[in-house]
Design a protein around this ligand. Structure first.
Ligand code: ATP
Length: 365
């Protein structure tokens, strides 16, 4: 059980800064996702938390105790890597027992603990099998068994499902989450897959170029992205952006795109110049009578829904609507945007203008 707190963490490799001033807190028992594109610094952050890499500056606390300069072996963390390296010449039981045997635990205790772990992972029937012939899923379970058996304070996982095919990956993701719910141990999980992060995480940190863009629960990050980067990185298709020049007085609740005026969810702080209105595809609907006009450019049928690509005076807009709504390519139609769900960004900085709805999200950003 562990709370992990990161304060102004920074890592430089020579002249290159991989992680810049990251701060966030992982609460005891949370399933916590470090999410971002390749090279954004998530693995480096995890390795610093684990003690495999020393920070250039900043602090790491586990249960309130500063561990920034402590070795990995002094932090009581179990690391599960993507390439779950098992000992090929040992059977499943010996692989799982290994960390306990090397600690000098008695044979009877080792047997008891391995039996407990095998039950949790539902691999009792393969304990005596050599690891060589196991399926990918069973190998992953054995690797997890070896991590769990030590009863560490926290589990760190770096893209553990990365090597698996899509269907099996989803199955293992569910299994990992269920395992976490049974054990309740703090888990920190690195992924570049936004769906995996949304599906599994209690909280998500979104990183880009070594910077924490946003930190919060999945719904908060999806509904109220703190930056345009987050709005685009999360969601398929991503959030739409309509660019416009404008002035937003302090406390305004409306923005104007040309002739069209859109009410936004909460009061905005003043901003002017290049602004961007953000709206998710499922919050766009077509309505003949609506004054904001758009031309239908493309239609993508997805079964229960369809994605309609529209050309507006302020950029392209994708709408996710029911698949039985009739739409004709080339037609000009009216567009409604759900006023409760709009985000306004400063186009230059990419940051959302603070509104009541997303203040919480921005505070963590
Ligand atoms: P990926 O999913 O591709 O591993 P990531 O978000 O985990 O990406 P990191 O592995 O943390 O990214 O790497 C962040 C940046 O730091 C990358 O540009 C990487 O090349 C650089 N980097 C990482 N380790 C080192 C190192 N030991 N020496 C120099 N540069 C490094």
């Amino acid at each position: 059980m562990a709370q992990i707190r990161i304060e102004n963490l920074r890592k430089e490799f020579g002249a290159f800064t991989a992680v810049r001033s990251s701060s966030f807190t992982i609460e005891d028992g949370e399933f916590f996702m470090l999410l971002g594109p390749s090279g954004c610094g998530k693995t480096t952050t995890l390795r610093m938390m684990a003690g495999l890499e020393l920070p250039t500056s900043g602090h790491i606390y586990i249960d309130g105790e500063e561990v920034s300069q402590k070795r990995a072996s002094q932090r009581d963390i179990a690391f599960v890597f993507q390439m779950f390296a098992l000992y090929p010449h040992m059977n499943v039981r010996k692989n799982i027992s290994y960390p306990l045997v090397s600690q000098g635990m008695s044979r009877a205790d080792v047997r008891r603990k391995v039996a407990e772990v095998a039950k949790i992972l539902r691999i009792e029937d393969i304990l005596e099998r050599p690891v060589g012939g196991l399926s990918g899923g069973d190998r992953q379970r054995v690797a997890l068994g070896r991590a769990i058996v030590r009863e560490p304070k926290a589990f760190f996982m770096d893209e553990p499902l990365g090597a698996l095919d899509a269907e099996f990956r989803e199955h293992m993701a569910e299994e990992l989450r269920a395992l976490h719910d049974r054990m309740g141990a703090t888990t920190v999980y690195v992924t570049h897959d936004q769906l995996e992060a949304m599906q599994m995480g209690d909280k998500i940190v979104v990183m880009n170029h070594g910077v924490v863009e946003q930190f919060g629960v999945p719904q908060q990050i999806y509904d109220w992205p703190a930056t345009k980067f987050v709005a685009e990185f999360i969601g398929t298709p991503p959030m739409n952006f309509l660019d416009f020049e404008g002035t937003v007085p302090n406390g305004a609740t409306q923005v104007a795109l040309g002739e069209a005026v859109f009410t936004v969810p909460e009061q905005l702080t003043g901003a002017q110049g290049a602004l961007t209105l953000g709206v998710r595809p499922e919050h766009v609907t077509l309505s003949d009578a609506a004054p904001y006009r758009a031309e239908v450019l493309a239609q993508e049928y997805l079964g229960t829904t369809q994605i309609i690509t529209l050309r507006t005076a302020h950029g392209l807009l994708k709408a996710r609507i029911a698949s039985d709504v009739p739409v004709r390519l080339g037609e000009v139609t009216g567009v409604l945007l759900d006023a409760r769900k709009l985000t306004v960004f400063d186009a230059t900085t990419g940051r959302a203008l603070v509104s009541k709805g997303n203040q919480e999200a921005l505070r963590h950003g």
